[in-house]
Ligand binder design. Sequence first.
Ligand code: NAP
Ligand code: MG
Length: 398
Amino acid sequence: MSKIAMKTPLVEMDGDEMTRIVWQQIKDILLLPYIDLKTEYYDLGLEYRNETNDQVTIDSANATKKYGVAVKCATITPNAARMTEYNLKEMWKSPNATIRAILDGTVFRTPIIVKGIPPYVQKWKKPISIARHAYGDIYKSTELRVPGGSKAEIVVTAPDGTETRALIHDFKTDGIVQGMHNIDKSIEGFARSCFDYALDTGMDLWFSSKDTISKTYDHRFKDIFADIFENEYKERFEKAGIEYFYTLIDDAVARVIRSEGGFIWACKNYDGDVMSDMVSNAYGSLAMMTSVLVSPDGIYEYEAAHGTVQRHYYDYLKGVPARINPVATIFAWTGALKKRGELDDIPELSAFAEKLEKACIDTIESGVMTKDLCIISELENKTQVDTEGFLKAIASRL
Ligand code: NAP
Ligand code: MG
């Protein structure tokens, strides 16, 4: 059998611990036998990040800008314990934060749904993708405690020195105050990423905020989305047969719970933080959640939503074979390969990725699965396999 050829390399970002082991297994068992895989390889494993003073992370993000599509393995975000474990020179920043700062953009999280693992919300039949704005608001705010008798104001100093003042509160007794901001350009990027992703996936887009209470701040988000939609996307949405609408966050929450799924829910930074945890838990498994960073200029970085599965890695080092669920990592690869196939006009590559996704789902629905799913699956006949056994079962279906 001849292998599928590629034109442009994928940016491959290797990672840490259990997911690094499984990364190689996925390539060996599911990709290399079928694809003449072209990648530009960056080792984002913590040891090499430390050796290069984290330059490798920056280089991988710049390569992603150059080529347009990346696939990333989960990586360790160092904390105090990792400083000693890996003898680090510095507590390096989270690679995801570094990459996001260079590419800018929005993170979309989508569950992979299979028969036998029903969501906790019974009406949900299709996935709900959460799009979280990843800049500003309370994550870049300034806060103070205020003693009673103080007056708190907002002061904005214009380039010419003129000051605009607005009273926050006249404190009779002790209290607290917070100042936060966002930037039109970042909100515009967020909006475009969401509209592009909706066109890409053929799903409706919902956007929610609290503009009835926040009449200037949240209203600005609503207006920017509306303007960009009217001027740049409306016709394309009509052609694609999909819909965009804005609604209050309270109404959105009610509609989401009553819906069948199958749409993208765009949220402001805090709402997205909270709602993505709620939605992903309601779908049943972190190991079945994919994640993609989409930049405003159409650059894509695919990964699994879970981490490096540290606990299992220590078992693995003691000789226990890998048992983790590789599905979200496989879908990171298929997402990236599909996108590369689409951009380079290689339909066989996209078709292969589709078939691989289907083989994963069919394998689980036939009852063959890793332990994490076996515990929650409602299927009657189940066979529990380790990671390699599962990958081989997928390969035989493929
Ligand atoms: P984790 O890797 O997400 O794993 C937490 C627990 O979830 C595991 O112990 C396991 O539960 C379960 N789990 C997650 N993924 C699984 C899979 N594919 N198959 C089976 N079970 C799975 O989080 P962590 O162990 O707290 O974090 C480890 C490292 O990952 C940290 O250094 C953190 O910085 C990093 N991290 C990276 C990313 C990223 O790169 N995007 C994201 C999150 C965390 P059981 O133990 O019950 O089996
Ligand atoms: Mg959170």
